[in-house]
Design a protein around this ligand. Sequence first.
Ligand code: PLP
Length: 687
Amino acid sequence: MSAVEELDEFAHDLLWTWQPRIENLFRTIDPEQWELTRQNPVLLLNQLGEAGVTRALEREDVRTALEVARMARSDYYDRNPRFMDAKAPLVVAYFSLEFGLAECLPIYSGGLGVLAGDHLKATSDLGLPLVAVGLLYKQGFGRQEIDAAGRQVEVYSETRGSDLPVRRVEGVEVEAPIGSRAVRIGVWRAQIGRVPLYLLDTDLEANPQDLRAITDRLYVPEPDRRLRQEIVLGIGGVRALHALGLTAGVFHLNEGHSFLCAIERIRELRASRQMTLEEARLVARAGIVFTTHTPIAAGSDYFEPGLVWDHLGPYLSQVGISFDRFMDLGRQRPGDPRERLCTTYAALRLADQSVGVSRLHGAVSRRLWKDAWRGLPESQIPIGSVTNGVHMPTWIAPEIAELLRRYVGPDWWDLDGRDGRWHAVFEIPAADLWATHLALKGRLLDFSKRRAEKPRDLDVDALTIGFARRFAPYKRANLLLQDPARLTALLNNSKRPVQMLFAGKSHPADEPGKDIVAKIVELARQEPRVVFLKDYDIELAGYLVHGADVWLNNPRRFLEASGTSGMKAGANGALNVSILDGWWDEAYRPELGWAIPSGATLERPEIDDHAEAEGLYRLLEREVVPTFFDRDKDGIPPHWVEMMRASIRHTATAFSARRMVIDYFNLAYAPGARRVEQLRLLPDWGG
Ligand SMILES: *Cc1c(COP(=O)(O)O)cnc(C)c1O
């Protein structure tokens, strides 16, 4: 392989997103272009052209960086990952409408996508046999701009496959039914270390215009467009795996979006093995794992019977399932012909293992979806939980990772949470940890000038609170604005100054959410210690979770399924100040963060916004701020640093994507693969 081809290989393996030594190769080639391309190695190389790349390779610094990148790559691939010898008989196929892997692959919108991306990275680290399936959108999720009135506007731009870290799989095309028509689907492949991600694309010349547009954009609001995307993902996805020669037995559906994958499995089994509908349903079911990610019924997709009939009528007769039975799979009250099809009910009824994304969300889900099992008491509803986790090598700052490497060990990212070596986190000298943190905070404050709606000179010595998430009303980004005088006093105490960094987008159709963006922007335009950072994305999230002192999360309780940004922050030593919701309900301990008091319980879920704002002000005024400004003779806050160590030690292990993937393996993938294999071996059903 020539060096030019080798660079191209590096650019097409997203391993660089969690191997700083590989990322550094691209940065070295052209630091300015690297930032201008939004860290897109493929676009960078395309712009340089073969002559430019050849010239770069003549430079000493580039040759050294290439040598280092080669070392990083072989360190990674030569290591025997944990599951390499697990001999799992069947491949797991992971389905999601979005994957958040890098800024330069705009096929995600937020938390669900980043979680799916982290799942793939951790799976690669562990060597689990898994392939992923999603869609390749021509336009990413809109970039956020703020207009003169302070309101969010979305700007869409088109991407070309040849400028993205993906490659077309030549010679593979499949079809999926859209009513009595068929849409042709092309397949692209992205490489995430050891894990392939197959991305489906309907923008082919063979398709009429309306079908070409199916994969235009993520999360289109119109139900008919949404259903078409779900047909392509679910039905097209299973067919694409076949066309690629991959035999998956276990299918992991994320959200109800991919529930049609289970129906296509049933169709296949019936066609290839002459099974009855019931037989096929049971065999398919044995390998279906479903994760519900939202805690409200309105978060699901709902499809009118007429729409479903128009799009899936002919297909359902091929499957051999009556339209009414199919609709009933997705109804709260089967038999009610007017009720719409809810994809979450359908997925729950088709899956053998269903889970929520934190322990508390498991309980919320058992209550929310109990009608899928009418007559069962709530405590026996078969929805469990696998708590989310984040990919630590992606989200922990390289400087903190270096401390972990030195004190815990070079394989810190691959160690079990129970491993005694983790105690060494408490041996990191306070001066080192604090200096590292201040450097990261300084980098965040510098970066904030590039993204700030109104740039400010922020103070590295002020207590810096980060708040970044989707601006949906239940997340209450404006909770601290309830009492403006008290907020001003908190920020502008001359001995103990506090500053706040906000970031987040609203869904394009969420007007109340956009009102909250406007309120925060207005505050930031007036108050020098508050900054609104535009266009929250993976890059900005990295700077924020590395550099914030405090990570604030104050949703209405029970509405945050898990929340993962707090895990990213906590693993870097930011201290969480959060409502006991989602992951924090199981992670909170007084030695590593704070719980904002909330009176809401599962039995009495009523929320008192006013009382919770009061609780938050008091917590900040009486505990958080004093602990931060309590300094020893060297200017270090001893108790704060001790909490940082506890936060890193606990969060980096218990809330890692590594732990999450192992939990899925033990709870769902391995048992599912065994069941499918046993059913396959039954003599009547043949090989
Ligand atoms: C982690 C992350 C999220 C999800 O964080 P929550 O705490 O669940 O809101 C959303 N967007 C980006 C860019 C992220 O990195």
